[in-house]
Design a protein around this ligand. Structure first.
Ligand SMILES: [Zn+2]
Length: 433
């Protein structure tokens, strides 16, 4: 497969195919036996939101090379799940969940949230959520840091950018914060961020393609992990359906493109199981996660902006730069990036807060004093899609809550390093002025 779409099978909608649906029902994705296609919910050919009049769709593909999974048959049930997962419109229930924080601090005067992901939740709802979570807050530094998309909230803009670190030979991430309008107002910075935006969509397509046509190395790894032919065929069938729906719906050219991320594959599979056969679901998810790790391992550096170039551009706009969750890419801390600080704690990397704080202090000044950050890294999808069980680790996060600031050992290390939440908040904002 290729990243540019060459050699991918072209999905093609076929006329109504009741026989195909029957075939699909006779051969349900593993664990979904007995499922009945759900009622479609919207009108219009092709669009994910347009499944109402859509009949079961059979898609034929060229047989070179023969993909796993057999004929692709899309049922109304598939379209309903796809529409739900790629819709950026919140349901009434999701709107209620968006303004209902899972934690509350009635006394905290200072709201500090330099790392969170609104995803498709509107900022006014997040404002309401924060006001409920921190009713006594009189000071606030809350900056959304969407993946590779610049967004703003109040006086601040932010983004979490995937970049390539040439000295480290690896992809890393950087948080960039600035006064609202500065990042958006720079065509150069915008183009740098947009360059990395689409790689996630391409990665999803590569994962789906790999399920259909696993290479020898992937097959060997799947076998080593104990996956059998039946499981592989089931995953291939599910992935082929998802790929066909992406092609037919045209979702990539609308706002739904934001939903074309790797997790769409696992979310779709989870949707197909509808709570049945947890063990079977777990197997399918781990199989797709194995495919995902294989695709991620062959990342193409050319898809990313060089870290130093992006930082230089951000600096020119008066922006601040923070290295998030460095335990995911330790070497980056030795690359002497022109950063304002790094996260000593993040829920995805919670184990090294003391050590990272001590390192931060020892590094002293390279260009400017480093500040200790903590990111709650809350992804709002995990807060509004309450029915999803695959949100491991997401449920206990909350915007503005970074409990390690109050951990005794971490607090002692911070104090010894001359660091504190208040210092970071005040000094960092002053740098962005
Ligand atoms: Zn993040």
């Amino acid at each position: 497969m290729t990243a540019d779409g060459k050699d991918r099978p072209r999905a093609r909608a076929s006329p109504e195919d009741p026989g195909g649906l029957a075939a699909a029902s006779a051969r349900p994705p593993c664990g979904a036996a007995g499922s009945v296609p759900g009622p479609p919910s919207a009108a219009g050919r092709g669009a994910p939101g347009g499944a109402a009049k859509m009949k079961p769709t059979s898609v034929s593909r060229p047989a070179r090379p023969a993909p796993l999974g057999g004929t692709v048959v899309i049922s109304p049930d598939d379209w309903e799940i796809f529409r739900r997962l790629t819709s950026t419109k919140l349901t009434a229930e999701e709107r209620r969940a968006a303004v209902r924080p899972s934690m509350r601090d009635a006394k905290e005067k200072c709201l500090f949230a330099p790392h969170f992901h609104p995803e498709w939740v509107p900022m006014d709802l997040l404002d309401e959520r924060l006001a409920k979570a921190f009713p006594a807050a009189t000071e606030r530094f809350a900056v959304p840091t969407q993946h590779n998309v610049i967004t703003s909230m109040g006086p601040w803009s932010g983004v979490e950018v995937d970049v390539w670190s040439r000295p480290c030979g690896m992809k890393i991430q950087l948080l960039v914060h600035a006064r609202a309008g500065r990042l958006e107002g720079s065509a150069t910075f915008r183009s740098m961020v947009e360059r990395t935006f689409r790689y996630r969509e391409l990665q999803l397509l590569e994962i789906l393609e790999l399920a259909a046509r696993p290479d020898d190395g992937t097959l060997a790894e799947l076998a080593k992990s104990g996956f059998g032919e039946g499981e592989l065929q089931s995953a291939a069938r599910l992935c082929a359906r998802l790929k066909a729906m992406i092609d037919i719906s045209g979702v990539a050219s609308g706002p739904g493109v934001a939903m074309l991320k790797n997790r769409l594959a696992t979310d779709y599979i989870e949707g197909k199981f509808q709570g049945r056969d947890p063990a079977g679901l777990e197997r399918q998810l781990s199989l797709v996660n194995l495919l995902k790790s294989r695709v991620k391992a062959r990342l193409d550096p050319a898809r990313f902006q060089e870290a130093d170039e992006l930082i230089e551009e951000a600096r020119g706009l008066g922006a601040g730069v923070v290295v998030p969750h460095p335990p995911r890419f330790w070497p980056a801390l030795l690359a002497e990036l022109d950063a304002d600080g790094w996260e000593v704690w993040n829920p995805s990397t919670p184990s090294h807060a003391v050590f990272l704080t001590q390192c931060l202090a020892r590094r002293g000044k390279i260009r400017r004093p480093l500040l200790a950050f903590m990111g709650d890294d809350t992804h709002m999808s995990s807060k509004i899609r309450l029915h999803m069980v695959s949100d491991k680790g997401g449920g206990d996060r909350e915007i503005g809550f970074q409990p390690a600031w109050k951990d005794p050992a971490t607090t002692a290390a911070l104090k010894a390093a001359g660091q504190s939440r208040r210092r970071t908040m005040e000094e960092y904002q002053a740098r962005l002025a």
